[in-house]
Ligand binder design. Structure first.
Ligand code: MV4
Length: 501
């Protein structure tokens, strides 16, 4: 096994990775920015090196500097966590060229899955179900219109280089199509430097179901069941759980097999996630594959009893997976709540400042992956997720009860967090009965009507400033299109302003 690795990340995920390293006797090297001098991940590591100023582009994204630190410290491998360089094929290649192991997939797999069109073309050959549409970049606008008419409205125009909802546009009738196409192409060009877009049938009220997969270098590919991540806002997940109440054993087996085939389609190695849309009649469609360890991986660890970081390290070192598909079973139920520095009573606006008191819950079935402590300022430069509150129960009801109890035990003063939103979800009849889809928040969560709102101008100003600073959460703040909820939010704002001002 490796004797020393570098963790090219910060926050809770850096600590999460280092914990497994310590259990396995692997020394850890942290890198940090000038904003993170006091950060917990820096103190947790065996060695730590400052790699630049606060801005991610000057520190956590500096490939050559990170490689220099590897060379200086003798770190044999790099764990990229999520975000930052984790899905960057250029970085993966640079590591390869320097004889450093990336704890992640090959650059080739990253490239295929980084392109929506390339990934759909690759997985189609493996019989993976796709949303009806065209898996090619649109070249001729009039031809594209005919394709849209053939598919039937509503359709979605999606950017090939997009992901997480960036560069998506819903079109409800043919009169809107050509202007939407031009707008989508322009948006894709300025956001990704690539204006390739394609068209899909718009699936209404879907669930977001994703499968964890693990693959080794011996051709073993397993799925570790699903996570349901339907409770999202602006493509930021807020609550995730495993397993999903929506899957029968039959659908789970089919989707699991499809997820394994997606991995095979790109010769995947390591930990990855295959995202699907699940329609209400049990139909499911491949959306995209994320070529990293995800934020919500702990719910999978809780129901499978596995340590995904340990499996990643084994695979990266050239060892086989420690299990095969037949040995995996779902044990109990796990739920994760993302604890973010956001005001859930004001449209989840990012909330900056200093945490005064910070006390985490504990007791049976509670796990907190975090990077906070009392009297710590939240750096404005990065993702505003402070912690992940994860619970396990023998069944879903026990997990929900534990989550409510843990939220009540959690004490965070000085800033607003998403904890009260978590309590709202855990108490909502539709969540309790499992009757949820990707429109849960827009359908059921309207606390702002009770509170005085800021103006749209103030929101726009804040959003613009913050968008620069949060590399990770940029997409949620951009006025992403293709969602009815923007309209709903817009009208909520209007109503609010009229009533409160
Ligand atoms: C869709 C869709 C409906 N129909 N594709 C959003 C992010 C990106 N991964 C794909 N997304 C969607 N693609 C078709 N053909 C609806 C969404 C979508 C969504 C998906 C998962 C979770 C939350 C979502 C919220 C809005 C839209």
């Amino acid at each position: 096994m490796f004797s020393k690795i570098l963790i090219a990340n910060r926050g809770e995920i850096a600590i999460r990775v280092m914990r497994t390293c310590r259990e396995m006797g692997i020394k850890t090297v942290a890198v940090y920015s000038e904003a993170d001098v006091m950060a917990r991940h820096v103190r947790y590591a065996d060695e730590a090196y400052c790699i630049g100023p606060a801005a991610s582009s000057e520190s956590y994204l500096k490939m050559d500097t990170i490689i220099e630190v590897c060379n200086k410290t003798g770190a044999q491998a790099v764990h990229p966590g999520y975000g930052f360089l984790s899905e960057n094929a250029v970085f993966a290649r640079k590591l390869q060229d320097n004889g450093i192991v990336l704890i992640g997939p090959t650059p080739e797999a990253m490239e295929i899955m980084g392109s929506k069109i390339a990934s759909k073309q690759a997985v189609e050959k493996f019989g993976v179900p796709l949303v009806p549409g065209i898996n090619e970049a649109i070249v001729d606008a009039d031809e594209a219109l005919q394709v849209a008419i053939d598919i039937g409205f509503p359709v979605l125009i999606k950017a090939s280089a997009g992901g997480g909802g960036k560069g998506m546009r819903a079109v409800y009738q043919k009169e809107e199509f050509l202007s939407a196409l031009v707008a989508a192409q322009n948006e894709a060009r300025s956001a990704f430097g690539d204006d390739s877009v394609f068209i899909e049938k718009y699936v209404g009220n879907p669930r977001h179901i994703e499968f964890q997969i693990m693959a080794d270098t011996f051709g073993n590919v397993c799925h570790l069941f699903e996570r349901e991540c339907s409770i999202q806002r602006r493509h930021q997940k807020l609550v995730e759980e495993a397993p999903s109440v929506a899957l029968t054993e039959e659908i789970r087996a089919k989707m699991g097999e499809a997820a394994v085939n997606v991995a095979r389609a790109c010769n995947y190695t390591g930990a990855g996630t295959v995202e699907f849309l699940l329609g209400d009649n049990g139909s499911f469609y491949f959306l995209e594959m994320n070529t990293r360890l995800q934020v919500e991986h702990p719910v999978t660890e809780m129901i499978t009893g596995l340590d995904l970081v340990k499996e990643q390290l084994n695979v990266a070192f050239g060892l086989p997976l420690s299990f095969n598909q037949n040995e995996l079973t779902i044990n109990g139920h796990a739920i994760e709540l993302r604890v973010c520095a956001e005001n859930p009573f004001q449209q989840f606006l990012p909330n900056v400042g200093t945490v005064n008191t910070y006390l985490i819950p504990a007791g049976p079935g509670v796990r907190v992956d975090d990077c906070m402590e009392s009297n710590m300022e939240i750096p404005i430069y990065y993702d505003n997720m402070l912690a992940k509150l994860v619970v396990w129960g023998k069944d879903r009801n026990q997990a929900i009860a534990r989550m409510k109890r843990a939220i009540q035990e959690y004490i965070i003063t000085g800033i607003q967090t998403t904890l009260p939103f978590g309590e709202f979800v855990m108490s909502h009849p539709n969540f309790i009965s499992g009757d949820i889809d990707t429109h849960f928040i827009q359908n059921f969560y309207h606390p702002e009507s009770e509170f005085e709102s800021i103006t749209e101008e103030e929101l726009a100003l804040l959003a613009t400033g913050v968008a620069f600073l949060f590399e990770e959460t940029k997409s949620q703040l951009q006025n992403s299109v293709g969602e009815q909820n923007n309209q709903a939010e817009h009208s909520a704002w209007q109503t609010n302003r009229r009533s409160s001002r």
